[in-house]
Design a binder for this molecule. Structure first.
Ligand code: AP5
Length: 196
């Protein structure tokens, strides 16, 4: 028996423009279909837990915590996100991989992604040079500096992690290119996946 799924997980490395694409897609869905989409941000959920425990002062400090601590906070946030995901149309804004001091932390481990049961996992991607310059010009955040080659490898690793999460849940995996100055184009593709 097939069960309807309502969650689209949107991922992309920091600076790729993930949040900008999500916000634009939500507006498109509202304009074209008159429907609301609930956006749940995994980082915000984790930050609430981590800051209450006095572990971090801002969200960019979280990926610098010991990985065991990140996994623990991630598990708590994952349970809360899975519970809140029962609404009609939901986007979960998160990462397939988090670059820590001890390698990549899997953003969607089995216990998180199986609880969420997404219909689709989106990889928002961009040209590594564009990502580096978007990070450099964002003064609101403490962005990591990465060489463009490292950014390229990070995006390739994210594809592998998304495929693994798709294998565990049967979710489709879709790449969306966020081209420079073309947010609307990327957002229209995301809106299509939300409404599928
Ligand atoms: P999170 O809040 O997701 O941080 P982030 O990766 O920095 O994502 P942003 O929301 O800032 O989006 P963005 O960088 O893709 O782009 P933006 O739209 O701002 O996560 C915070 C932390 O939570 C993580 O570091 C991690 O520690 C933790 N976390 C989250 N999920 C986790 C999980 N599952 N497990 C464990 N830990 C987890 O855009 C950037 C800039 O680009 C902007 O200036 C924008 O105007 C510009 N821009 C965007 N698109 C375009 C375009 N097409 N052309 C030109 N400029 C553009």
């Amino acid at each position: 028996m097939s069960e309807p799924r309502n969650v689209v997980i949107v991922t992309g490395i920091p600076g790729v423009g993930k949040t900008t694409v999500i916000n634009t897609a939500v507006e498109i869905v509202k304009e074209r279909h008159g429907e609301d989409v609930l956006v749940l941000n995994f980082g915000t959920e984790m930050f609430e837990v981590a800051s209450k425990r006095g572990l971090v002062k801002d969200r960019d400090e979280m990926r610098k915590m010991p990985t065991a601590q990140q996994r623990e906070i991630q598990r708590i946030a994952g349970e809360s996100i899975a519970e809140k995901s029962k609404s009609t149309r939901v986007i979960v804004d998160t990462h397939t991989l988090i670059l820590t001091k001890n390698g990549y932390l899997i953003g969607l481990p089995e216990w998180v992604v199986k609880a969420i049961q997404p219909k689709t996992i989106i990889l928002v991607e961009a040209n590594p040079e564009n990502i580096a310059s978007r990070r450099a010009s964002d003064e609101t955040r403490a962005r990591d500096e990465q060489m463009t080659d490292e950014i390229r490898i990070h995006q390739e690793m994210c594809r592998a992690a998304a495929a693994a999460a798709g294998t565990l849940t049967g979710a489709t995996v879709r790449r969306i290119l966020n081209r420079e100055g073309k947010v609307e184009e990327a957002a229209a593709q995301l809106a299509e996946s939300i409404m599928e």
